[in-house]
Structure formats: C-alpha cells, structure tokens
Write a protein that binds this ligand. Structure first.
Ligand SMILES: [Zn+2]
Length: 162
C-alpha cells in the first residue's frame, strides 16, 4: 500500500492546511517559522509553498516540494490530486482537527451539550471532538462541511468529463 502523503505547509497557505487536515491528512502548519526552520522540518513530508526561493532551496536539498498555485481551493486540491495521484474524500471519522492536527472522536449530542451553540445542537445529532486535551474543539456538519463537500463534488464532476 502507498503511504498516505503527509504535508508541511507555510504560513501563506493556512486555509489549505486546515482543509488538508479536515480531509484527513497529517499536516504540519508553519505559521511563524523562518524558511530555514521550515527546511529543517521537511524530512519526508511534502512541502507546500508558493514561495519561489523556498521551492528552489527545498529542491536543491532533494525535498519533495509542490506549489499548489494561487487559484481557488478547488484548483489547489485538483493540482495536489493530480501531482500526488490521490483522491480527496471528506469523511469526518478520519478527519484531523483543522486547528491542531490531532485526531477527532465521534460524540453524541449529550456529550457536547456545553460546547456547541443551541442552534447547532438542534440541527445536528453527531459531533466530532478533537482528542487533544489542550484543544478539544467540537465540529459538526455545518456550512463549512457543505462547502467542502461541494468543492469535492465539483472536482469529481470535472474529472468525469475529461
Ligand atoms: Zn484540535
């Protein structure tokens, strides 16, 4: 079996980093690190950056580096799918916490009563909670989920037409 890619993402691509985590990919997000510090951490991760100088330096060291481009989220994900021969799937049971990259655990409504706004408690039965005790963020299949699913659906439709 091919190993699932793991990513390291620079500060310019914070929203892509959150999406990758949500889509279940182990993603190290470097918000404040210098280029040197990022290069020290790459190892066998795939570096995602648009920074031309950083791309060059990473290539010179033999690292796997990809520029996802500056298009829409759909265009970036499409590029990653093509370059890495993967297909993104939205499955919250396999998601990582977009905030901190830890795993999520499925929770019932009763388990998250104190952490979720009333409207969302009413509208959803299943929730997911980050298992990192410093984070414990709770998620549900709200608007963000719909946006991600729509984006993936557009990607699949597009590739079916090609
Ligand atoms: Zn978390």
């Amino acid at each position: 079996m091919v190993m699932k890619p793991r990513f390291i993402v620079d500060a310019m691509l914070s929203s892509l980093a959150r999406w990758l985590r949500f889509l279940g990919y182990d993603t190290l997000y470097c918000e404040t690190q210098s280029d040197n510090e990022i290069l020290e951490r790459v190892g066998d991760l795939i570096l995602l950056t648009r920074d031309k100088e950083l791309i060059l330096r990473a290539k010179n060291r033999g690292f796997h580096v990809l520029n996802p481009g500056s298009g829409s989220k759909k265009a970036m994900l499409e590029k990653l799918e093509q370059e890495l021969d993967i297909q993104f799937v939205a499955n919250p049971d396999r998601s990582r916490c977009p905030q901190c990259n830890s795993g999520l655990q499925r929770k019932s409504r009763n388990q998250v009563l104190d952490q979720v706004p009333l409207g969302s408690l009413r509208n959803h039965e299943t929730f997911w909670q980050c298992d990192n005790s410093d984070c414990l963020q709770v998620y549900w299949q709200g608007r963000h989920w719909t946006r991600i699913q729509n984006t993936l659906r557009q990607l699949r439709r597009q590739s079916a037409q090609e």
